[in-house]
Design a protein around this ligand. Structure first.
Ligand SMILES: Nc1ncnc2c1ncn2[C@@H]1O[C@H](COP(=O)(O)OP(=O)(O)OP(=O)(O)O)[C@@H](O)[C@H]1O
Ligand SMILES: [Mg+2]
Length: 464
């Protein structure tokens, strides 16, 4: 499976931040194609259409990249929940995934590096071997395109190098073959692989300056992208491919004080909140903090989070944090003001809804907007559903390219969306199909004329 070259992108002034997925063999996704655009992507469609299947695929991919196939499969509910029923009946069940996306090197080489954005193609073919009773990566291929400026440069989609692994069986003795394009061995500034060594070589020369790229040998269950390498381009691709991770924020885990060794990241299950708040507080005081998931915390982030949290807790005046040396935990305290008096409430004392909102706001503000969330109407008051859409939009105005994926049945959420943001899912002949509305401007016109919201048209089945 190969993604077509995007004609618009080639000569446009602003990069087109899209990610295209082509999937074959994951649950009901068969010959399935979807293009996520920058900003909000709202998945709608009847029960059983396959929205969750697509969101779970993104999760599967991101667990696979860091922890391997076995972990990803068990996270997705086992083999029967990964391979399509049809594929499971065949001799060699397989899932093929193609992604064409944008990766950003900024977090890995620093903003001053100039050109940091590049397009990549990623192809994965995973199989199940009945003979060995094992899952394995039959092939994994990464194609890197030339670097370009984030905001305005004209750029071309030239391939500068490829990395490829192929194996016939999970027990194949030979080392996976990695083909590295000749341009990747060059010392050229435009070479994304060179950056880290180029920057490093300013202070001390490294062995990588010799022009050789060494990749660790990966097991049959592992991704090339999972290995820690010196190659910032691979880290950037892994980050870009992992952004679809779904969040299911659990209040009980958000309440638990994080250990002071915990990274300041809101985890998909909601844990890590107090560590994140602590590091945000450090950033507010102008102290340097460790790098968070997708971007560095800025000194205004915590205040922005407090402002948004006031929507559910109007009396919230501040959040203070501390690293407690006795328990080895991060402690967060919520200051709530009534008139002249101020109450100090521990994080654990917040209500479930408030905690979920706080975690959600922290997630959006601290990690950049590239995330997905399923049916947020399940935990949000209708007023907050509206606010959530504004919050996501607000956070995406930042210079961090990304998508936010939302699946929903909520009329009030759909009312907040523009017809261009809607992706309709349908289940036809045992397969999931996804597509945008064919004439979004017409729908927009009609909404303006009639005063009925988009949610109304969706609920009355007028969109399909
Ligand atoms: N292993 C599989 N092979 C083929 N089809 C599958 C497999 N697992 C699930 N499906 C199909 O996927 C569909 C379920 O899709 P999914 O759960 O993504 O729906 P959804 O759009 O999220 O629906 P809802 O709105 O109810 O949450 C069902 O029609 C089911 O038949
Ligand atoms: Mg679902």
């Amino acid at each position: 499976m190969q993604g077509g070259r995007d004609k618009d992108e080639e000569f446009s002034l602003k990069p087109h931040y899209y990610t295209k997925y082509v999937v074959d063999g994951f649950r009901s996704l068969k010959g399935f194609e979807i293009k996520l655009e920058e900003g909000l992507n709202v998945l709608v469609g009847p029960n059983g259409a396959g929205k969750t299947n697509f969101i779970d695929l993104l999760d599967f991919l991101s667990v696979f990249l860091t922890r391997g196939l076995a972990a990803a499969t068990s996270n997705s509910g086992g083999i029967a929940r990964v391979f399509s029923q049809e594929s499971l009946k065949s001799r060699i069940p397989r899932v093929q995934i193609h992604v064409s996306g944008l990766a950003d090197l900024e977090n890995f080489v620093g903003a001053d590096a100039g050109l940091t954005l590049f397009r990549y193609d990623y192809d994965l073919d995973i199989r199940y071997s009945r003979t060995h009773s094992a899952l394995y990566v039959a092939s994994e291929k990464i194609k890197l395109k030339s670097l370009f400026w984030k905001h305005y440069a004209v750029h071309v989609n030239n391939t500068v190098g490829t990395l490829e692994i192929r194996r016939r069986t999970p027990s194949e003795e030979i080392e996976p073959e990695v083909e590295i394009g000749s341009r990747l061995k060059s010392r050229g500034v435009k070479n994304p692989f060179r950056y880290r060594s180029r920057l490093r070589s300013l202070s001390r020369p490294t062995s990588m300056d010799g022009g050789e790229i060494e990749l660790p040998v990966t097991g049959p269950d592992q991704s090339i992208l999972g290995a820690r390498t010196m190659l910032p381009a691979l880290d950037a691709i892994r980050e870009s491919l992992s952004r679809g991770r779904t969040f299911n924020l659990t209040p009980s885990l958000a309440r638990e004080p994080s250990d002071i060794t915990t990274a300041p990241v809101i985890m998909p299950d909601g844990s890590g909140l107090s560590a994140t708040l602590y590091h945000l507080d450090q950033a507010r005081r102008g102290r340097i903090t460790v790098r968070a998931a997708a971007r560095r915390f800025s000194s205004e982030d915590l205040d922005t989070i407090i402002e948004w949290t006031r929507l559910v807790l109007p009396e919230l005046s501040d959040i203070t944090t501390a690293a407690d040396p006795h328990t080895g935990k991060y402690i967060s305290t919520i200051l709530v003001s009534f008139g002249d008096s101020t109450l100090r409430v521990p994080l654990q004392g917040l209500s479930d809804g408030t905690l979920k909102w706080l975690s959600f706001v922290c997630l959006i503000i601290s990690a950049g907007a590239a995330r997905s969330i399923e049916e947020p109407e399940n935990f949000l008051h209708p007023k907050m559903q509206k606010m959530m859409i504004s919050l996501i939009r607000d956070s995406m105005i930042s210079d961090h390219p990304g998508h936010f994926i939302l699946s929903t049945h909520s009329e009030s959420i759909i009312n907040q969306c523009s017809p261009k943001e809607i992706i309709l899912f349908q289940f036809k002949g045992g397969e999931t199909k996804a597509g945008r509305l064919s004439k979004p401007e017409k729908v927009e016109e009609q909404i303006n004329e009639t005063g009925f919201g988009l949610g109304y048209y969706y609920a009355s089945n007028a969109l399909s």
